[in-house]
Design a protein around this ligand. Structure first.
Ligand SMILES: *Cc1c(COP(=O)(O)O)cnc(C)c1O
Length: 424
């Protein structure tokens, strides 16, 4: 596989961009390769600067659920562009998108549009704190909620210690209100509620964790979070930046029939353009400025081009519920291929799959939380990644990411991918 142009671009890139990239995982650091530079994408295929074609299972980390450059979405974007790129003033499209979100996720009675998932989450947390007049939040080890200071925490020294920042540049005082519990471990949550009684503003969770690979909630885990937050006057925040419009049109809250107080959205909601959104109970969202005292603003929030892409994407998903069944069936085929590989090669692989999200962990242990996820053999993953790329299949350059199936993946794509998974 040629990669001269990517190599040249990478050399140039590292002179001007830290690590040559604008988001760390793109640098291929954990798989020991130099990144490929992407030129274009269409449907299920992505093309690099050297002209190599790949079947894409990264899908821009989720947004490309309809496949890349979907005709109807592109048409709406083109139309919007001609009318102006940004006004910094209210538009009809913002109203349409907010109404559509609220209709699809009825728990989101009121919505605020922002420009990224990170922004959605940090604003939702500010709102939760403003509403409850409490400061502490509980997050789960291995759940990712964007890169805002207070959330850049995954590990303390054990479940009950206060969190230390994961990143340089985050003062300890910014994370001392962030408590860490273990995903799928009810007692770790219970203990925090007992120890910090009356102080916890919210529990934030990825209802299906999709940033430590894919980890499903055990049957009673989400209902437990709903109950314990209710009992303690704390809010439950579902970070549905990945699961929203992905597990089904109504996201994890519809799938698991749990009504969170606040929800955060990103990725799919912008149809490939930068949008995030947060919303929830009306009495809580009425805290947000200019109605209430929780300040939050954005020059490009509700951008007219981005809302055009988001509206069209959500409309297509809403009108074609069959797409979810199709995506799930394709994902199951891929999961089966990993299981066959595991059996044939006597290689320990655990496959977690739900809807169109899949992750194959190279480990003997059933993956149900962070500790089991990190038992994966990342050297084996790196080897598998390299072989997949060389066979024209583009997957995440890290063990701890999902494989995303889109509506554009064809039967032929899936058949070919399954063959490669088993052969390499
Ligand atoms: C991607 C992601 C975010 C952050 O969104 P950005 O748009 O990258 O800022 C937050 N939460 C979850 C669950 C995500 O997957």
């Amino acid at each position: 596989m040629k990669n001269q142009i990517s190599e040249i671009l990478y050399k140039e890139a590292i002179r001007f961009l830290p690590g040559g990239v604008n988001s760390p995982v793109r640098a291929f650091g954990s798989v020991g390769r130099t990144p490929v530079f992407i030129e274009k994408a269409k449907g299920s295929k992505i093309y690099d600067a050297d002209g190599n074609e790949y079947i894409d299972y990264v899908c821009s980390w989720g947004p490309a659920i309809l496949g890349h450059a979907q005709e109807a979405v592109i048409a709406e974007v083109n139309k919007a562009v001609r009318d102006g790129l940004t006004f910094g003033a209210p538009t009809k499209k913002e109203v349409i998108l907010a109404e559509l979100i609220s209709q699809i996720m009825p728990s989101m009675e009121m919505v605020r549009l922002v420009s990224s998932g990170t922004e959605a989450v940090m604003s939702a947390i500010r709102t939760a704190r403003g509403f409850t007049k409490k400061d502490m939040i509980i997050k789960f080890r291995g759940c990712y909620h964007g890169h805002s200071d207070g959330l850049l925490v995954k590990a303390g020294s054990g479940a009950l210690t206060q969190a230390v920042p994961d990143s340089a540049g985050v003062p300890k005082s910014y994370t001392e209100n962030t408590l860490i519990a273990e995903y799928n471990d009810k007692s770790s949550v219970q203990q925090l509620f007992e120890e910090y009684k009356g102080k916890i503003a919210a529990v934030i969770v990825e209802p299906v964790a999709a940033n430590m690979g894919v980890v499903l909630p055990e049957e009673d885990f989400l209902p437990f979070l709903r109950n314990i937050t209710n009992e303690n006057g704390s809010l439950l925040i579902f970070d549905e930046v990945i699961t929203g419009f992905r597990l089904g049109i109504g996201g994890a809250q519809e799938y698991y029939k749990i009504k969170p107080d606040l929800t955060t959205l990103g990725k799919i909601v912008g149809g490939g353009m930068p949008i995030g959104a947060y919303g929830g109970r009306k009495d809580i969202m009425q805290m947000v400025s200019p109605l209430g005292p929780v300040y939050q603003a954005g020059t490009l929030s509700g951008n007219p081009v981005a809302t055009a892409a988001g509206i069209k994407t959500l409309e297509i998903l809403y009108e074609n519920p069959g797409l979810y069944t199709e995506m799930q069936l394709k994902a199951i085929q891929l999961a089966d291929a990993f299981a066959e590989r595991s059996k044939d090669k006597k290689e320990p692989i655990q496959v977690n799959q739900i809807g169109s999200l899949i992750c194959a962990f190279f480990t003997d242990y059933k993956v149900k939380d962070y500790n089991s996820a990190v038992t994966s053999d990342t050297v084996k993953y790196a080897d598998y990644f390299g072989k997949m790329m060389d066979k024209g299949i583009y997957i995440a350059p890290s063990q701890f990411e999902a494989m995303f199936v889109s509506a554009a993946h064809t039967e032929e794509d899936i058949r070919r991918t399954c063959q490669v998974i088993k052969d390499i």
